[in-house]
Design a protein around this ligand. Sequence first.
Ligand code: PEP
Ligand code: MG
Length: 586
Amino acid sequence: MSFTLHGLAVSDGIAIGQAHLMSHATLEVSHLVIAPRMVDREIARFEAALARVRAEFEMMKESMEHAPAELGAFIDLHSMILSDPELSEVPKQLIRERRCNAEWALVQQMELLVEQFEQIEDQYLRERSYDVRQVVERVVRELVGQPGRAALKAAKGVKEENLIVVAHDLAPADVIAFKEHHFASFVTDVGGATSHTAILARSLAIPAVLGLHNARQLIRDKETIIVDGTRGVLIVNPDPRVLEEYRLRKSQIELERSKLKRLKTAKSATLDGVDIALHANIELPGDVTAALEGGAEGIGLFRTEFLFLGRGDMPTEDEQFESYRKVVKGMEGRPVTIRTFDLGADKDLHPEDVVGDRVHTNPALGLRAIRVSLAEPKMFQKQLRAILRASKYGRIKLLIPMLSHAHEIDQTLAAVEQAKSSLRGQKIAFDESIEVGGMIEIPAAALAVGLFLRRLNFLSIGTNDLIQYTLAIDRSDEQVSHLYDPLHPAVLMLLAHTITSAEKANMPISVCGELAGDPTLTRLLLGMGLRQFSMHPAHILEVKQKVMQSDVSELGPIVRRMLRLEEPAKIREQLEKLNAGTLGNG
Ligand code: PEP
Ligand code: MG
């Protein structure tokens, strides 16, 4: 019988194959009362199982050189959970006092802990209950004699590429095994959007659906299933018509992907031979890998404040220096644009440490970004010195967020000079000719862009904030998110004015807001004269494809005509035609 299950779409793509059920030891433990004389032996059996799992985690960490970076952190977390007395000691008391067998004692204690986790309001912490379950599952498998990876073994003669793993839950260790096994996809009953399993599925780039509740129980081994990882749908025993339709969609997706991948090393240039620089936005040094894999020619925006959010104190100059140096070395000679802290508003670190403990009625209009840095000269000097010191190791550019006044630019440049001269005094090397640029993300800055052109070396338009401030829409408030419109004529006017002014002054300008990574806006931006884009690494190849299919000599006049329109419906209609290539130049 054919049926469909709906879950959480966590990793794109379509897989078609046979169900491969993974056993679920925790759900199947026997409940025994043991004789008093057996208690010590049962405790020893429990301790031995813990020790084997601990050793397994250690071994995994050592053999993880090529595994996704996130895995290391997961294994650490699981080792921590394993060593917590709540799991390593309390079950022993249960064995002694209630004379339960070891697996039953452990599962009881797990249920108690999971219940506590599930009361937590914070989604991320709540979802750590999955990690507790996963660790316990491993220990139970040791106790019942079917350790780790054996559970994933395919039957003789069955090709793994045709198998879809159906599990109640998967642990990081299982996902490591996936690397060795080449399964087509996996689906699980549990797991949330921020669960480690979801994060890993994305990093492995195989389709996956989580949170299906009863899939493990409803599906039988070897049944045919379709996993639609884009829509979060699982179709069991599909009828031939549905199967055919999905086969077609699958091959279309695969074709698109392989075409895109081939673009990684292709030159990013338009049909009429204009070079377009595609850079990556990153938040952490570890993101450099994704940037390079996406074919980024440089880092266009390193949001440094993310390095330190959630850590409770301000980083030292040396800690910052190490992070910046890591990025610049990782990019192997490609340019790296480091933005100074954009703290405040939705990215408040510790407001009381940085900006005093007054209440902020309008944080987005308050002490934020460069305003914080100028109000905290010691903090600013530390960051500038760290960035300058790292500039010795590659091509660093310095980017300043949220500038609006000429005197702020002047003060910032003076602070850079001060940092340089203190380094000179200490005979510490740095790039003397480091370029300093400004973010254009406040309407005043876009309108009076001349102030910036006269004082700085390059500009970068932050459309996320530019739209927020132009339309008076709080970008983090979902109640007004329907009013957040990149195609509002006022936004387009500001963008076009800024890009044209920079072009006339021969000043490099890029866009680093979300707009830059939206392939439906690539032609519009190219037509405005933009030649440098910076975006999330995952979007680079798609945007590159658009660039390679565009002719800027044609786009310019069409976009100029579009910019004279004010009616949103007309603007959208013209944009669709522009993307479809059906707008003539006449
Ligand atoms: C922007 O505002 O568009 C931008 C790139 O900066 P952030 O999103 O970090 O505010
Ligand atoms: Mg911004």
